[in-house]
Design a protein around this ligand. Structure first.
Ligand code: LLP
Length: 382
């Protein structure tokens, strides 16, 4: 399913804007739901990837739960009608008010990242006369072979409880009266396209499940996080990640005990391909060695290229002229405000619309007002 850009409509809209193809999103959601159901897997959407209300509405209607990493995200999930019992809350630094919010809303589960955090949750739950359901986030020390900034499951990363500390954390959970340990949580990183990383994760998870069984620790939830990658090179040819292969990797390799349910937290794979950042060419600036297409979107609208050297396919959706080479740059006063170098585009003129593809995940949510620029608005295919 290729995204078609309605150029006549775009002529009326102020640029830059995020364009969301809701057909792509719906097809993605149908596929995730169908493939997960084959194995009785539960999927939570990682709202950090995109919290746009129109998208959240579709995601809630598809029946997904929601994975949050801040009080703001928990509040957003509640405000957008997600059932509190489908909200999970992770994060290495939860403030007291965030813990209170989660307890008051009686969410499904807090994913706990350290023993001191567990103790604070216990205290605050006790003050409210409640018992908090928690998963222990375990750092499995698995290399996800992805960008260093989005690798989370290695010992040197700040996330989760080290393997060496799992036993102490389980014992502490048993001692604390207002903590109910329901499972283990893992997340090894993001934009992972090689299923062997997930296979290694399964091996680590199996070792821990075996250990827990031997120590009579009852676990009902095995949360393996998110991380499934998308094809940034081919947004139209490959709009859907291979959810079937992804889920069946876990189905084949996990050794579950009876009553254990597998949870996933998918962000990027659900929303990346439905979104494009659409921007207008302000000027074509010819240098001696190269030419620049200066566009009206900047790194504040989509920071991934500047921050991670991430690739987003760039298309000139207004022109069918023979191609030329451009550096596509934004107006922000930073040299890193560049979306791509030496990009072949149909010859560009002032006023052409440029689409930065696969920008539905970690685009809008990571936008800032740097240089006191405006936030780009959303435009929807329907
Ligand atoms: N669960 C946890 C605990 C996470 O930390 C994350 C993402 C996810 C789930 C969702 O992962 P996904 O399925 O989207 O890969 N801003 C970066 C990505 C940061 C990911 C942070 N954690 C980027 O633009 O590439």
């Amino acid at each position: 399913m290729a995204t078609r850009f309605p150029l006549e409509r775009f002529a009326q809209v102020e640029t830059p804007f995020y364009y969301y193809d809701l057909d792509v999103l719906r097809l993605t959601l149908d596929t995730v739901v169908r493939e997960a159901a084959k194995h009785d897997f539960v999927v939570h959407y990682a709202v950090k990837a995109n919290a746009n209300p129109r998208l959240l509405n579709e995601i809630r209607q598809a029946g997904l739960g929601i994975d949050c990493v801040s009080g703001g995200e928990v509040r957003c999930a509640l405000e957008h009608g997600f059932d509190a019992k489908k909200i999970v809350f992770a994060g290495v630094g939860k403030s007291d008010w965030e813990i209170d919010l989660a307890l008051d809303a009686d969410i499904e589960c807090l994913n706990v990242e350290s023993i001191p955090e567990m103790e604070v949750i216990n205290e605050r739950a006790m003050a409210k006369g409640r018992v908090a359901d928690i998963c222990l986030r375990v750092n499995p020390n698995v290399d996800a072979h992805t960008h260093q900034y989005i690798t989370t499951g290695m010992e040197e990363n700040k996330f989760g409880i080290g393997l060496w500390e799992v036993e102490a954390a389980c014992r502490r959970a048993e001692e604390l009266p207002c903590i109910n340990l329901v499972g283990f949580h893992f997340h090894i990183g993001s934009q992972i396209t090689d299923m062997s990383a997930f296979q290694v994760l399964c091996t680590r998870v199996n070792e821990l499940l075996r250990w827990a069984e031997e120590h009579k620790i009852n676990l009902s939830v095995v949360n393996v996080g998110g991380g499934l990658g998308v094809d940034y090179e081919h947004p139209d040819e490959m709009p859907l990640p291979d959810f079937a292969d992804y889920f069946s990797t876990f189905a084949r390799h996990l050794e579950l005990r009876s009553g254990q349910q597998v949870h996933f937290e998918l962000g990027r794979s659900i929303v990346a391909q439905c979104g494009s950042l659409v921007t207008k060419v302000l000027y074509v600036k010819k240098g001696q060695k190269k030419q620049f297409a200066v566009v009206d979107a900047g790194m504040n609208d989509l920071i991934r290229p500047a921050l991670y050297h991430a690739y987003h396919k760039i298309e000139n959706i207004s022109s069918a002229l023979p191609v030329e080479k451009y550096d596509v740059v934004g107006p922000v006063c930073e040299s890193s405000d560049c979306f791509g170098k030496e990009i072949q585009l149909p010859a560009v003129s002032r006023g052409d619309l440029i689409a930065l593809r696969s920008a539905g995940a970690y685009g809008e949510t990571m936008a800032s007002r740097y240089n006191l620029r405006k936030f780009a608005q959303g435009v929807y295919s329907d």
